[in-house]
Design a protein around this ligand. Structure first.
Ligand SMILES: [Zn+2]
Length: 367
């Protein structure tokens, strides 16, 4: 198996970075016309900025209002609108679903994709993957595209306007990256692109974890005050770039498998991806029989930024055994990330690890 590392061509982050969108695209040789896919709040905030920056760069653009869910039908609509506009590139500006739909349309059209996340809530912006849902919001499939975005442009001023909870959830998603990378390497499992992990991807995953420990709590304090401090910039980078490159080029394992399992418990539906992933990290550590010092470090970090450490904190207080069994079965379904752990994982093992993680969380909170 070859080692394989992939990334966007260019990553740009900064306060009011949107003002540089046109120049950044021009620097990559991208020209118009472009289709810009977005949702109401980014459009309200940024439409004049897009007009100026793209206009200054001589890039004509058409805006497509995202229908609200990343469905096959919405991707087809974007492809049709882009085709009618003769789009030479697609820009996505918004949250994960907007970006995933725009990314999938660009891949289908074989034109470059420019990714402008307006929240730092997951690590998906840099990757070449779209998650597709039904119109009712039920998971349908994951699309693995050939190429990563040409440009990922992250405006920290825009991101600072989102609720602090979004940034915290992004830290939860980023928390999993190093632990899942280590599991995949120990198991000699391929990364999400079918190659072996490079030492570069592992180094980025480890830096991601160290950055969370060093800057997470301070970034949350600043974010709550609407400040874009250096710690906030570093956490945005950890949540987006470090975690994104780390998960895609190193791999996913128990934490994301448990996350997918937890979606079978109705109580978790009000919680964000990264919040469930954070609890999934604890479960993965229980599965792996990690050292107590490592467990305590993760628990301490989670508590310092308000990430969940108990079932009650993800809407599953008094989780019945039959629902737990459903969660564990879903987490160990064939092909699930859980099977990237370096030992066979069964549903009863996951159920026991979920109870153990919950107990560890309660014990830590009580201490
Ligand atoms: Zn994730």
């Amino acid at each position: 198996m070859n080692s394989l590392f992939c990334s966007p061509l260019r990553y740009t982050q900064g306060y009011d970075a949107t003002q540089s969108l046109g120049a950044e695209m021009a620097a990559l040789g991208l020209s118009g016309p472009v289709l810009l896919v977005t949702s109401p709040s980014p459009r309200k905030l940024l439409e004049p900025v897009w007009a100026k920056t793209l206009g200054d760069a001589g890039i004509a653009h058409v805006i497509h209002d995202f229908a609200g869910e990343c469905t096959s039908a919405e991707i087809a609509r974007i492809v049709a609108v882009a085709g009618a506009a003769g789009a030479a590139a697609v820009i996505g500006a918004g949250g994960g679903k907007v970006l995933d739909a725009a990314r999938a349309a660009a891949a289908e059209l074989r034109v470059p994709f420019v990714c402008c996340p307006t929240v730092a809530t997951t690590d998906s912006p840099t990757c070449a993957i779209s998650v597709v849902y039904t119109a009712d919001g039920v998971y349908e499939k994951t699309l693995f595209h050939g190429v990563n975005p040409a440009l990922v442009l992250v405006d920290s001023h825009v991101i600072s306007r989102a609720p602090a909870r979004m940034l915290v959830a992004g830290m939860g998603d980023a928390l999993s990256t190093m632990f899942e990378a280590r599991a995949c390497v120990a198991a000699k499992k391929p990364n999400t692109r079918g190659g072996a992990c490079t030492i570069s991807a592992m180094a980025l995953a480890e830096l991601c974890y160290r950055t969370l420990l060093a800057d997470g709590a301070e970034a949350l304090r600043a974010a709550k005050n609407g400040e874009v401090s250096p710690a906030v910039e570093r956490i945005i980078e950890a949540n987006t770039l470090l975690s994104g490159l780390g998960f895609e080029s190193a791999g996913l394992a128990g934490a994301h498998g448990v996350h997918n399992g937890l979606t079978a418990a109705p109580g978790t539906h009000a919680f964000l991806h990264g919040e469930k992933v954070a609890f999934g990290v604890l479960v993965q550590l229980m599965l792996e029989k990690a050292e107590q010092a490592q467990v305590d470090e993760v628990l301490g970090f989670c508590c310092s930024v308000g990430l969940p450490v108990t079932l009650a904190q993800i809407g599953c207080a008094n989780l019945p055994d039959d629902v737990l069994d459903l969660v564990a079965a879903r987490a160990t379904a064939p092909g699930e990330w859980t099977h990237n752990e370096p030992f066979p994982v069964t549903a009863p093992m996951v159920a026991a690890a979920i109870r153990a993680a919950d107990a560890a969380g309660h014990a830590f909170l009580a201490a």
